[in-house]
Design a protein around this ligand. Structure first.
Ligand code: AMP
Ligand code: MG
Ligand code: MG
Length: 306
């Protein structure tokens, strides 16, 4: 079955197994205690966990899919990794699903895999490990189509650590139970470390009942999926295609929407600019166009302009 499954199904199944292994590496680095922090820019740290998890993911996916373009947050990676980091298995549970007709004939050269090996690095270094996710996003031509969001520190009822959520447009989602957000409230989830005056102005325009400040694009989209928030607002540039590709695909496979603050989808082809200059607006169970309308003109002129 695995050898004959369409490429998208094999890429998804391999990404699920690989994200889990990367999550193990992230836990191991924290346990050892030497994070090896390097500053890539203002409020933009990188640790040994980011570097090692990326090597594991890119080496594993590149070996299995040598002609697929893979773009990782941490730049070019050494593909020579120890056997322990080279993931060869495909997630069998995922392969039991049938491939949506629209992706059956997609060829390796149609794909771009966007990898954020550790989303929420600042939170990882500060002990907010529940915000950390591993993100593997699968774009077909321009569009975010499939995604894996793995939470290395999610505590399962049996005490085991780690949870893996997937979504594929046209098929649906797996790995979690969707919960609608509470009616009669409007809860926003947003950044805890990359705000500014314009972003605050955008938040104020929503007359929300609560604002949750958490780290990472992956974790914020999980809050939408689990009914903890109604909208994710990030009215500033700064997050990148590897932050939004997997969350967008999972959220939209569940019926939600992730766009820039103008309500337009980002493109995810290999030559696209990495920065999401027009911010992020995501919602589930809402009228997304109405949320777009709420963004103040001044914010739109500064952040939403092309
Ligand atoms: P946040 O919502 O602040 O946790 O950001 C979500 C993702 O976007 C994380 O991977 C951040 O590292 C990244 N990000 C957002 N804003 C910036 C920025 N100004 N500089 C660097 N990375 C950013
Ligand atoms: Mg990130
Ligand atoms: Mg990252």
């Amino acid at each position: 079955m695995a050898a004959t499954a369409p490429v998208i199904m094999r890429v998804m199944a391999s990404s699920i197994s690989t994200a889990k292994r990367a999550g193990g590496i992230i836990r191991d680095v924290l346990k050892k205690g030497d994070l090896g922090i390097v500053d890539k820019g203002k409020n933009d740290p990188q640790t040994e966990a980011d570097r090692s998890a990326q090597r594991c993911i890119i080496a594993s996916l590149a070996k299995k899919f040598p002609t697929v373009k893979i773009i990782g947050e941490e730049g070019g990676s050494d593909l020579n990794v120890c056997d322990d980091w080279l993931v060869t298995e495909l997630d069998e549970g995922f392969l039991q699903q049938s491939c949506p007709a629209e992706w059956k004939d997609a060829k390796p050269e149609d794909f771009v895999i966007w990898v954020d090996p550790l989303d929420g690095t600042a939170e990882y270094t500060q002990g907010h490990v529940e915000h950390v996710t591993v993100l593997i996003g699968i774009a077909v031509k321009d569009a975010a189509v499939g995604g894996i969001i793995h939470q290395p520190f999610y505590k399962q009822p049996d005490g085991e650590l780690g949870r893996t959520i997937w979504g594929l447009k046209g098929l649906g989602t797996g790995g979690f139970t969707a919960v609608p957000a509470p009616p009669g409230q409007f809860i926003i989830t947003t950044t805890r470390s990359h705000s500014n005056a314009l972003h605050q102005q955008a938040l104020n325009a929503f007359a929300s009942t609560e604002v949750l400040k958490v780290g990472g694009a992956g974790f914020k989209v999980l809050q939408l999926l689990e009914g903890k928030a109604h909208a994710y607002v990030f009215a500033t540039p700064g997050c990148k295609k590897w932050d939004t590709c997997a969350p967008e695909a999972v959220l939209e496979a569940q019926g939600g929407t992730l766009t820039n603050i103008n309500g337009e989808h980002y493109a995810y082809h290999a030559d696209v600019e990495h920065v999401n200059r027009q911010g992020v607006l995501a919602s589930l169970g809402q009228n997304h166009a109405e949320l777009v309308e709420k963004i103040p003109a001044e914010v739109r002129a500064a952040v939403g302009a092309k």
